[in-house]
Design a binder for this molecule. Structure first.
Ligand code: E4P
Length: 218
């Protein structure tokens, strides 16, 4: 399972990278705005900085919603670095653009996916990644994890190469449940990754080991 961090915060990206388990980064316009990154030049420079920190794929989302605008913007983004994955919304023109990018060998991430039908369409168009938003489904009392399981079944039935990128991961249990189901990738906040480290018995056990060592090595 690949681990992506879902943020545009450079310090958090560095911290996850230093842990040695990071495979990539996902961003979106809201995450960029949260870091105060505005204006085309600043946004472009920020993507470049992220690509310098990590070795893996970096999703950069288009703002355009027409086929022509998505293609223009996506081609500009893809030229920045070969790590860039063009993130395209799950809309009709987005699917057409994903097919275009796929034919040209440009990596894509189909975002804002909330149903198995949408995921099937993204795979048919040749998306590199499909991003079902599990947290946002949970927020409205729908079953986000069940969507991951449905997509896994459909993709396995037909051998689609599109990777299931479980997005809108909110906490550590989401990561574990997605791993059990077989999501190819998860993208979540740094807190969800750090949460995997924690167990009280580890802390108690280490404290005892160190105390016993100290007793015998005064
Ligand atoms: C996916 O790539 C999105 O950036 C993200 O996971 C959305 O998460 P949220 O629902 O917590 O905003």
């Amino acid at each position: 399972m690949k681990f992506f961090i879902d943020t545009a915060n450079l310090d958090q990206i560095k911290e996850a990278q230093e842990l040695g388990v990071l495979d990539g980064v996902t961003t979106n316009p809201s995450l960029m705005a949260k870091e105060g990154i505005t204006g085309k030049e600043n946004i472009i420079n920020h993507y470049k900085k992220i690509c310098e920190i990590v070795e893996g794929d970096v999703s950069a989302e288009v703002i355009g919603t027409s086929y022509e605008d998505i293609i223009k913007e996506g081609e500009e983004l893809a030229q920045l670095d070969n790590q860039i994955v063009v993130k395209v919304p799950m809309i009709k023109d987005g699917i057409k653009a994903i097919k275009y990018f796929s034919d040209k060998g440009i990596k894509t991430n189909c975002t804002l996916v909330f149903s198995a039908g949408q995921a099937l369409l993204a795979a048919k168009a040749g998306a590199t990644y499909v991003s079902p938003f599990i947290g946002r489904l949970d927020d409205i009392s729908a079953d986000g994890l069940n969507l991951i399981a449905e997509i896994r079944l459909i993709y396995d039935n037909y051998g689609f190469a599109t990777e299931i990128l479980a997005a809108s991961v909110r906490h550590t249990m989401h990561i574990i449940d997605c791993a059990k189901i077989g999501a190819d990738v998860m993208t979540g906040p740094l807190s969800s990754i750090n949460g995997l480290l924690k167990h009280p018995l580890t802390d108690i056990g280490l404290e005892k080991f160190l105390a016993d060592y100290k007793k015998g090595n005064q």
